[in-house]
Ligand binder design. Structure first.
Ligand SMILES: [Zn+2]
Length: 85
């Protein structure tokens, strides 16, 4: 009876540890990365909006913004994108 209780607690702790590890080890760069920092436009310094409306498929898939002020395109890390590629 007590063992069952112990297993439940252990399972609970393990799931917390697993989520913590996934969060810690998740890449902070690259296309699948998550950037939790505030992003500013590399051209004019305007703060990117927290909620974005994707302008094209690329932005929908990988994130990124088009600056409302100067129209500069940049990714979720604030790196300027070159559309000629
Ligand atoms: Zn800008």
């Amino acid at each position: 009876m007590n063992e069952y209780w112990l297993i439940q607690i252990l399972g609970f702790l393990l799931s917390i540890a697993a989520s913590y590890l996934i969060f810690k080890l998740w890449p902070r760069s690259g296309k699948m990365g998550i950037n939790t920092n505030t992003v500013h436009c590399p051209c004019c310094g305007t703060k990117a909006p927290m909620f974005r409306i994707p302008k094209n498929l690329k932005q929908l898939l990988w994130g990124g913004w088009s600056c409302q002020k100067c129209g500069c395109e940049f990714d979720k890390y604030g790196n300027k994108l070159d559309d000629r590629t």
